[in-house]
Design a protein around this ligand. Structure first.
Ligand code: SF4
Length: 410
């Protein structure tokens, strides 16, 4: 069975050619399999890939569709879906670097757009939000009025308004998982960092990293207010607008102690790159209950190529995960997935070996938002990708749930 080709003209208008065969990429060119395709999910964004001609024809003899007159199409998936394949294209010499989004293969089935994706979560609280009038603005203003000097609250107000960050908005809606950014500094230089890019990077960071470290009193006021109003709520250090929270572990340790001196309610969570196991241990001893550790790979060289870590390595990250599991925390991984890397046989074997030795509750699959060529150039080409569906199934087989976000314990 072959699937039709979507493409875009120079003005970004999308067209379908059901006679042309759409090709996908996972490090190799291939046709999608039927079980890898689902109808375009609500909330998807269809994007043209400038300077990149869609590839069509047989995988062994592909050619650029329309002799370079048209652009390839990629789909940006909403939360709750995991990307299975990448769009296949031929980049022209003047193709600009793509901004930091997750580009997913799309094709045409019976005149409808389908994507290579799997539904991997359905948390209600992460569905697109629709506000009644100025509901968010009113919530922000009334909360700021209660604590006008709190600079952390000012930061999450910015993230709520400008970036539509759900965990920031939860601070003002006073329920669910609430963001508490703490650290401007980081000990990694991820190629796809959304809060800071180097001056010569080919694209800007989509968010501005916080410029000031949070202080203990500010954190405690936000956390205790939130947990008083939502006793099953979560307060989370480590957000998209900051660096690595463990760089401020003394502040976090003091804040956790103070929060727990005032309330036993809710869950205290840390989102981290896991680089500093000793510092993590101190936060655990202070009362941390849940941790989500981010990584792109269980192979040291692939990890280092993307994270570009400063004075730590993958083994430290894995040690952090082990310690959190041994201490009985709720442990999730934030696995930055990329077809042709995550599903590479060597990667799956390394992942299985590690997961079988620990008790990771959930592997949260996150699409790695980056220009595919840039990432492949950094981490190398695959030898034997098994397909992302097999990767998901092998994560489950190694004893972890697959999902996309942390769920509240009610
Ligand atoms: S660990 Fe997080 S904050 Fe640090 S560079 Fe990577 S993405 Fe950015």
């Amino acid at each position: 069975m072959s699937f039709g080709l979507p493409y875009a003209d120079r003005r970004g208008r999308i067209f379908f050619d059901e006679q042309a065969r759409a090709l996908a990429a996972d490090g190799f060119l291939r046709e999608p399999r039927r079980e890898e395709l689902i109808p375009l999910p609500t909330g998807s964004v269809v994007a043209m890939l400038p300077g990149r001609a869609p590839l069509t024809g047989a995988a062994s003899r592909p050619h650029a569709y329309g002799n370079g007159r048209y652009a390839a199409v990629g789909v940006l998936l909403p939360s709750g879906f995991t990307r299975l394949l990448l769009p296949a294209y031929q980049a022209g010499p003047a193709a600009p670097a793509l901004p930091l989004f997750g580009y997913t293969f799309a094709c045409v089935v019976d005149d409808e757009l389908y994507v290579a994706a799997a539904k991997t979560d359905d948390g209600e609280s992460w569905k697109p939000r629709f506000f009644e009038g100025d509901e968010l603005e009113r919530a922000i203003e009334s909360r700021l009025a209660l604590d006008p000097e709190n600079a952390v609250l000012g930061q999450v107000a910015l993230c709520s308004r400008e970036y539509g960050c759900f965990t920031a908005q939860n601070v003002f809606f006073e329920s669910g998982e609430a963001a508490i950014p703490v650290s401007p500094a980081c000990n990694a230089r991820c190629l796809g960092c959304i809060s800071q890019q180097e001056p010569d990077a080919p694209f800007p960071a989509p968010q501005t990293r916080i410029s000031r470290a949070a202080d203990v009193a500010e954190i405690v006021r936000i956390a205790t207010h939130h947990l008083a109003l939502d006793p099953s709520g979560i307060v989370s250090f480590g957000q998209g607008c900051e660096g690595e929270p463990l760089m401020r572990y003394r502040t976090i340790v003091a804040a956790i102690r103070e929060i727990r001196a005032r309330t036993p309610l809710g869950t205290i969570n840390l989102n981290t790159n896991g680089s500093l196991p000793e510092k993590l241990q101190e936060t655990i001893e202070a009362g941390l209950q849940a941790v989500r550790v981010s990584l792109n790979s269980f192979r040291p060289e692939v990890y280092a190529a993307y994270y570009r870590p400063d004075r730590y390595g993958l083994e430290d990250v894995l040690e952090s995960i082990r310690r959190a599991c041994e201490a009985g925390l709720r442990v999730s991984l934030n696995l930055l997935t990329f077809p042709g890397v995550t599903d590479e046989e060597a990667e799956l074997e390394a992942m299985e070996t590690f997961l079988r030795g620990v008790r990771v509750e959930m592997v949260q699959t996150r699409t790695l938002n980056i220009d595919p060529d840039l990432y492949r150039h950094a981490v190398g080409e695959p030898v034997a990708p098994r397909g992302m569906l097999e990767a998901l199934s092998r994560i489950r087989g190694a004893g972890s749930l697959v999902g996309n976000f942390t769920h509240q314990v009610l």
